[in-house]
Write a protein that binds this ligand. Structure first.
Ligand code: GLU
Length: 530
């Protein structure tokens, strides 16, 4: 696969903003550490791509993976590399340059694995028992899958086992109805208020409409709006095909036994249907029985946590499926859907969930929860034991842990004092941001800035790359007030930097008498006078 030396062969150049694409290609190629023949091993390139979280089944990368795997030689040179990455250049360059949504994906995977393991310890809750197919599921199942807005994927546990979507189909049906008719038309038939009642309770709002599309009555109504005039078979096929597309072409199935059982125990849903018909809530010409069957078929669609994580990621990515790059929903559709997932998605626990977890999510009685961190990622957890509200015990536990670990709660960005990690930053940024800010503030004599960093819980003794701490910088620049403040807080008065210098050495070198006096006075007395 060697096609000759590139124009910039063998020269790692300093890259600058505004570099032409060939120079950037070269820099990315060099990051793969070409050997002395200026070639990169195909297996190591594949490994590097997979490490970033991109997957072999990503539709955007099919050609690239195929070309690499079919490469008859096990190494490629720069020209071949440029040809192979071809139309996916942008994505691959961002991946290899650590510029995908979660740059340090290996660390993220390790951290999420630890959260998963803690949630796995939960064994409380009960299986749904209203149909035998749900009552028979292995209660120990637990799978979690995450897909970022760039299509980086991670899954753990039983993330490849299919379950029936049940109420997790509701946001999809609602979004499809919005795409077809627009919000104004859809909300002529469905409200957008939390009902404050059970998800299947026999009640309508004061206009005789279902309260919202995330409860049974609202989802039945959304089904009535979808693809009117088509045969039931075509309407169902439309939903299945849509879910497949939203999931980036992944496999989506249907459980006939779940459907038949749902059909046998659907008295409440039939009652809801008749109640709505009595209130003349349906559009003219609605075939009630057919619509109820359609609704129950949608509940019986089967998918895995991995598939549903991609569905959630399409919502996180404003309607563009991250792993196909194709738009599935208008941004306005997604905005409406996420708003109602936020207020009504978690049964009678929706308010509490919005308060404590702060993410748009939807739960289903099979034990699935899909959650969305807008612009960042979608996730799906599945574990069948449910709490008293009908939410998966382990799934809920995982959601809580996720927002405790990361700044994902919708209002985390308001606090500014969050101790939580931002996985959108690289490891270097996470580290350097704090260390860099505190050392720069000290060198400017910016006491107010340092106080703010202290309020954020930043480690004042953490040095920069050269192990120079805030105290070194303040002493070297003669900022007496800052030196005094740091010493009063009890920071180590004699840290040694990479060059073997203490803050006192710096102050002495620069001739800052008051600082020397303060530092010496303290150390002479052998105690912290400050
Ligand atoms: N098939 C169930 C029903 O309509 C869905 C319940 C759910 O997941 O909330 O009753």
């Amino acid at each position: 696969m060697r096609t000759g030396r590139g124009a910039n062969e063998g020269t790692t150049q300093l890259t600058r903003d505004g570099d032409d694409p060939a120079t950037r290609d070269r820099a990315v190629f060099d990051s793969l550490e070409p050997d002395s023949r200026d070639e990169v091993g195909v297996p190591s390139m594949l490994e590097r791509l997979i490490e970033t979280g991109l997957r072999r089944d990503d539709l955007r990368l099919q050609e690239v993976f195929r070309a690499l795997e079919d490469a008859d030689e096990r190494a490629i040179d720069f020209d071949s590399f440029s040809t192979v990455i071809g139309p996916c250049r942008g994505l691959i360059e961002r991946a290899l340059a650590g510029r995908l949504t979660i740059p340090d994906f290996p660390s993220f995977k390790t951290e999420v694995t630890a959260l998963y393991e803690r949630s796995l310890a939960r064994r409380d809750g009960e299986l749904a028992s209203y149909i035998p197919q749900l009552a028979r599921v292995n209660p120990e199942r637990f799978g979690v899958a995450i897909c970022t807005a760039d299509g980086q994927m991670f899954s753990i546990g039983d993330a490849d086992i299919e379950f029936s979507l049940q109420s997790c189909a509701k946001p999809i049906i609602y979004s499809l109805a919005l795409e077809e008719h627009g919000a104004e038309h859809v909300h002529r038939y469905i409200g957008r208020e939390p009902s404050g009642r059970g998800f299947n309770e026999l009640s309508l709002d004061s206009d005789g409409k279902p309260h919202n599309p995330m409860i049974n009555s609202g989802a039945i109504m959304a089904c009535a709006l979808l693809q009117r005039g088509q045969e039931l078979a075509d309407r169902f096929e439309f939903v299945l095909d849509s879910i497949r597309r939203i999931a980036g072409g992944r496999k989506v199935g249907f459980s006939n036994s779940v459907y038949l059982s749902e059909r046998r125990s659907a008295d409440r849903n039939f009652a809801l249907g008749y109640l709505m018909r009595e209130h003349k809530a349906f559009p003219e010409g609605t075939q009630l029985i057919e619509i109820l069957e359609f609704y129950l078929q949608c509940c019986s669609v089967e998918a895995t946590a991995e598939v549903m994580a991609v569905v959630a990621a399409t919502l996180a990515n404003a309607g563009v499926c991250p792993t196909s790059g194709l738009r599935q929903f208008k941004p306005a559709t997604v905005q409406n859907c996420l708003s109602l997932m936020s207020s009504c998605g978690m049964y009678d626990f929706s308010g509490e969930f919005a308060f404590t977890v702060g993410l748009p999510a939807k739960s289903g009685v099979s034990g699935a929860i899909i959650g969305v961190v807008p612009n960042v990622l979608g996730f799906c957890c599945w574990s069948p034991r449910l709490d008293e509200h009908g939410n998966s015990v382990r799934g809920l536990d995982f959601c809580r842990r996720l927002v405790q670990a990361y700044n994902f709660h919708a209002f985390d960005n308001l606090t500014g004092m969050s101790e939580k990690k931002d996985p959108r930053l690289t490891r270097a940024q996470n580290f350097a941001d704090d260390a860099g800010q505190v050392t720069w503030a000290a060198s400017f004599g910016d006491l107010k800035g340092i106080r703010q960093l202290v309020a954020r819980g930043v480690d004042l003794e953490r040095g920069n790359f050269d192990s120079r701490t805030a105290l070194h910088l303040a002493a070297a620049e003669g900022h007496l007030e800052v030196v005094e403040y740091l010493l009063n807080l009890g920071v180590d008065p004699q840290p040694v930097d990479r060059f073997g210098n203490t803050p006192l050495d710096d102050a002495t070198r620069e001739g800052h008498e008051p600082v020397i006096e303060l530092l010496t006075h303290g150390s002479k007395r052998g105690e912290r006078a400050w």
